[in-house]
Design a protein around this ligand. Structure first.
Ligand code: S3P
Length: 188
C-alpha cells in the first residue's frame, strides 16, 4: 500500500466529530506513516487551547494559524493529517491538500450531535441548538467537502478500525488511473 501511495500524504477532512483524529491515528499506524492533527499543532505553537484562541484572537487569526500549520505539515511526506473541520474554507489551503489524497469522513448531523452533545472544546458549537448549528455549518461546507478524492460515509455502527480498513481498501481505486505504466503493470 505504501508503494501505491508513493509517499503521498493522506488528508482527512470533514465535520467536527466525524472521527478524523481517531481514524487518522489508526491509518498512520497501519501505513507506517506519521500522524499529525492540525488542531493539536496549533495548540502547541500558540501554547493556547482552541477555545482560548477563538476567544482572545478570533476566528480569522485561528484560520491563519491553521493555514500556516498546514503549510508546515504539507512539507512532510508519509503522513496522515487530521485537519480541523474548517480547513476546507480557505481556498489557499487546497493547494496543499491537493498534493496528497483527500478523504472526507461524511457523517450525518444526527451522529455528530450525539458525539458532540457533551463537548465543550469546540467554540463554534457554543450555542444552545447544536443540531441547527451543525446543520448550518455542514450546508455551508458541503460543496467543499465534496471536492475530496474519496468519500467515506460514516455510520454509528462502524468501528474506527473498520472505517480505516475501508479507506485503505478504496485508495488503490482512486490512485490507479494516475499510476505510471510501470507501477500499473506491477499492480495488474
Ligand atoms: C472547527 C473544527 C475543530 C477546530 C475548531 C474549528 C471547525 O476541529 O479546528 O474548533 O470550524 O469545524 P475538529 O474538526 O477536529 O473538531
Amino acid at each position: 500500500m505504501t508503494q501505491i501511495l508513493q509517499n503521498l500524504n493522506l488528508y482527512l477532512i470533514g465535520m467536527m466529530g466525524s472521527g478524523k483524529s481517531t481514524v487518522g491515528k489508526i491509518l498512520a499506524h497501519q501505513l507506517g506513516y506519521r500522524f499529525f492533527d492540525t488542531d493539536i499543532l496549533i495548540e502547541k505553537v500558540t501554547q493556547s487551547s482552541i477555545t482560548e484562541i477563538f476567544a482572545q484572537e478570533g476566528e480569522a487569526y485561528f484560520r491563519q494559524m491553521e493555514h500556516q500549520v498546514l503549510a508546515e505539515v504539507a512539507a512532510c511526506t508519509q503522513s496522515v493529517i487530521a485537519t480541523g473541520g474548517g480547513m476546507v474554507l480557505k481556498s489557499e489551503n487546497w493547494g496543499y491538500l491537493r498534493h496528497g489524497v483527500i478523504v472526507w469522513l461524511s457523517a450525518p448531523v444526527e451522529l455528530l450531535v450525539e458525539r458532540l452533545a457533551a463537548d465543550d472544546t469546540r467554540p463554534l458549537l457554543a450555542q444552545r441548538d447544536l443540531s441547527a448549528k451543525l446543520t448550518q455549518l455542514l450546508a455551508e461546507r458541503l460543496h467543499l467537502y465534496q471536492e475530496a478524492d474519496l468519500v467515506i460515509p460514516i455510520t454509528a455502527e462502524q468501528t474506527p478500525e473498520a472505517i480505516a480498513a475501508q479507506i485503505l481498501e478504496q485508495i488503490p481505486s482512486i490512485l490507479k488511473p494516475a499510476l505510471s505504466n510501470d507501477l500499473q503493470a506491477e499492480w495488474n
